[in-house]
Design a protein around this ligand. Structure first.
Ligand code: BJW
Ligand code: ZN
Length: 257
């Protein structure tokens, strides 16, 4: 999407070099250069081609479980084929350099982990943690789907080995609460960091979008990496208008890492 390579402001490089506690908050844009679609980009985003209400709500799963399960299996196969990009790798490297770093992601892929990040806080769940829609029992299959499911193909969800109800994707749909422990950990990290980096998110989905605002209220420096404008632009101290895979390695280099 972005071809611009914004300069790294020296004051931001200095803030990163001196930060003891860093919170990194990522969204779909961080995985865009790995070939994973974002949600709201006007031409390429998933919600420009698919109806969120028909796929990403508990009501949709209750009404059409095969359609919803098939769509998530298609996305899981895409992620299995993808590889982490330079932004995922830079964030993992940063965590090794700044021990007090919290990585909070809205993404349901596992590309941060595959780039070497540990202890990733997943606010919106994971494509790789399906569970029973009735009793909540975790379903254990993390291998890539055997056959690449065609886009839009309905697939019957497996039955729970415990109670027989359909297994559902382990993601957080609209109207559902975020996992309580992940949310509490994220709130604490945002409220107790020197530097908050918001990378590749439209900052539109709540309550996740509260996190940069909380960091601002707590006095942290807030920087954004995004080729497009977001509602956070007016509040952030730094807006780096570029692609995460280009900006993040250069930000680390500018900080002397
Ligand atoms: C690049 C790039 C590159 C491109 N480099 N950048 C307050 C006000 C209004 C509404 C609400 C509110 N509070 C709650 C709500 C309702 C709702 C909500 O926020 N709606 C808004 C959309 C209006 N929130 C909820 O329902 C949440 N639950 C909740 O509130 O529970 C309490 C409750 C309980 C019971 C009843 C009622 C309330 C849950 C939200 C769950 C979101 N789930 C999804 C789907 C997950 C499963 C799946 O993957 O299918 O999560 S929606 C989707 O959006 C996904 C994402 O994690 C999330 C955030 O999107 P993200 O990551 O920011 O992606 P995009 O596409 O929006 O942006 C990508 C950005 O990258 C863009 O800016 C690009 O420019 C940029 N980019 N290339 C860097 N190379
Ligand atoms: Zn069950």
């Amino acid at each position: 999407m972005a071809t611009v390579t914004p300069p790294i402001p020296p004051a931001l490089a200095q803030a990163l070099a001196q930060a003891r506690r860093v919170a990194v908050f990522t969204g779909a844009g961080v995985s865009a250069e790995s070939g994973i679609s974002t949600f709201r980009d006007p031409l390429s985003g998933l919600w420009s081609r698919f109806d969120a209400r028909a796929l990403a709500t508990p009501e949709a799963f209750a009404a059409q479980p095969d359609l919803v399960w098939g769509w998530y299996e298609w996305r899981r196969a895409q992620v299995a084929r993808a590889v982490p990009n330079a932004a995922h790798r830079a964030i993992a490297a940063l965590a090794r350099l700044v021990p007090g770093l919290a990585l909070i992601t809205q993404n349901v892929d596992n590309l941060h982990e595959r780039a070497g990040s540990e202890g990733v806080i997943h606010l919106h769940g994971s494509l790789h943690a399906p569970r029973c829609s009735a009793c909540g029992q975790a379903a254990s299959f993390t291998a890539a789907p055997a056959d690449e499911p065609a886009e839009g193909r309905a697939i019957a969800p497996p039955a729970c080995g415990h109670c027989g109800a359909p297994i559902r994707p382990g993601v957080v749909w609209f109207g559902e609460s975020l996992p309580a422990q992940a949310w509490q950990t994220a709130l604490a990290a945002a409220g107790d960091c020197d530097l908050f980096l918001s990378i590749g998110t439209s900052a539109l989905v709540y309550p996740a979008a509260e996190l940069p605002l909380r960091a601002l209220r707590a006095g942290a420096t807030v920087a954004q990496v995004n080729p497009a404008a977001t509602p956070l632009d007016a509040r952030a101290h730094f807006n780096l208008r570029g692609a995460a895979a280009d900006v993040m390695p250069r930000l680390l280099a500018a900080a002397g890492f």
